[in-house]
Design a protein around this ligand. Structure first.
Ligand SMILES: [Mg+2]
Length: 420
């Protein structure tokens, strides 16, 4: 018999709102929503932080209604590209635990950790390390459902992990009858309000009612109800209720080639010297290039920029330049980033730095340049990427990352919430 799989679904709490709060720490204790058009009160609330939800604000209501409930509400304009970037950053974090990561939506991702257990510990320890690392690197709080199939992981997350104080929950095969089956049928994954009403009219009010029904009988009931052949739907619901789902966590199903690969870092204090900023640029260049290398793409356009700490008096810049050749080599991107930064930085204190590569192209189109040592670098980088993928980011670092200005070691050192 095949080994039981261990699959997790990580879900970001109030994703857009959490990303905005992480980017603007001065709002951390304020009610905040991300809304379609903050200038118009008819705009729609796309995401509300937990504090805003406590005042009764819900997603999809109008800004007018939301402001009626909470006049001191902070309203932020959505920055979709940034949310996509943070989502990709979370995928990267998950990939340090397993190469089987499948984005399910912008704020939910499946991860199959069956093969990672001996490396990183028990499922709960891994889930908790994932939570900690995502929190530390992006400021976003995630809930993790642990199951033995994708549907059981999804239901573990939606029905329990989201309501638990630690945001974790494991649903095992043995627990299905005692935990899942007593739940109302409306709680079954894929069952909306209308389908729930239909099941009620068939006398199926709990998930267990549906699960225990012989499949042939469910097909017959649904055929009677809808006056057409619904066998495929019947089987789908029946399988979900019984936790049956053979579908693998597929890294490629939802991943379309990104338009750009970028990272940003919020620094623990203001950085004021080019020497300190160079360290961050090197770390960012390494993260971005490593991601490009894993996607097997080169970037042609480099963007770098920074922001100061003051929200009221914004400082900083964001500039682009075209690389002489498309590349994913850390040292080349780093050098270009340093010159671009030096050219545009006015010397104001820096609290956040970002770096990205865009105009991505297939790296196999890469031209061999005879007068550079690039192929050698590529080999070196492949080797270090391999080690990092296997053993984590701190296994190999550039010496400069271990100075006071480096961030990677500090962040990676907090895996599991314990300083190593
Ligand atoms: Mg969510």
């Amino acid at each position: 018999m095949n080994k039981e799989r261990i699959i997790m679904l990580s879900d970001c709490q109030s994703f857009y709102a959490s990303v905005e709060k992480a980017a603007n720490p001065e709002y951390s204790n304020k009610p905040l929503v991300v809304a379609g058009d903050p200038a118009r009160r008819s705009g729609i609330v796309l995401a509300a932080c937990p504090i805003a939800k406590d005042s009764g604000i819900t997603t999809a209501e109008t800004l007018r209604e939301a402001l009626g409930k909470c006049p001191e509400l902070v309203v932020v304009r959505p920055r979709m590209q940034h949310y996509i970037d943070v989502s990709a950053q979370i995928t990267d974090i998950l990939r340090t635990f397993s190469d089987l990561v499948e984005p399910y939506s912008i704020d939910e991702q499946f991860i199959d950790i069956t093969g990672s257990l001996s490396l990183f510990g028990s499922p709960r320890q891994i889930a908790s390390a994932i939570q900690q690392q995502i929190r530390t690197e992006t400021g976003v709080y995630t809930r993790v459902g642990i199951g033995y199939t994708k549907v059981t992981a999804k239901m573990a997350c939606d029905l329990w992990a989201k309501k638990n104080s630690d945001g974790l929950f494991t649903l095992t095969r043995e627990q299905l009858p005692c935990l899942l089956w007593p739940q109302p049928i409306s709680q079954l994954f894929m069952v909306g309000r209308r389908m729930s009403a239909h099941f009620h009219s068939m006398g199926l009010t709990t998930i267990g009612h549906l699960a225990r029904l012989p499949l042939a009988e469910l097909k017959w009931h649904m055929r009677e109800k809808f006056r057409k052949n619904c066998d495929i739907d019947a089987e789908l619901y029946w399988r979900i209720a019984n936790g049956i789902d053979d579908s693998p966590v597929q890294p490629s199903t939802h991943e379309t080639a990104p338009k750009s690969v970028g990272h940003q870092m919020t620094l623990p204090r203001d950085y004021r010297t080019m020497a300190e900023i160079r360290t961050i640029l090197l770390e960012l260049a390494e993260m971005v290039c490593r991601r490009c290398r894993s996607l097997m793409v080169n970037g042609a356009v480099l963007s770098v920029g920074c922001q100061g700490a003051s929200f009221d008096r914004p400082t900083g810049f964001s500039r682009q330049s075209t690389m002489s050749d498309p590349t994913n080599a850390t040292n080349l991107v780093y050098e270009a980033a340093v010159s671009l930064f030096r050219l545009h930085w006015d010397g104001q204190p820096v609290r956040r730095v970002h770096l990205s590569l865009s105009n991505l192209s297939d790296e196999n189109q890469y031209q061999l340049t005879l007068f550079e040592s690039r192929p050698r670098y590529r080999e070196l980088e492949r080797a270090t990427d391999g080690l990092k993928n296997k053993y984590g980011d701190t296994i190999i670092g550039r010496a400069v990352s271990f100075t006071g200005a480096g961030q990677i070691k500090d962040r990676a050192g907090k895996i599991g919430g314990h300083y190593k």
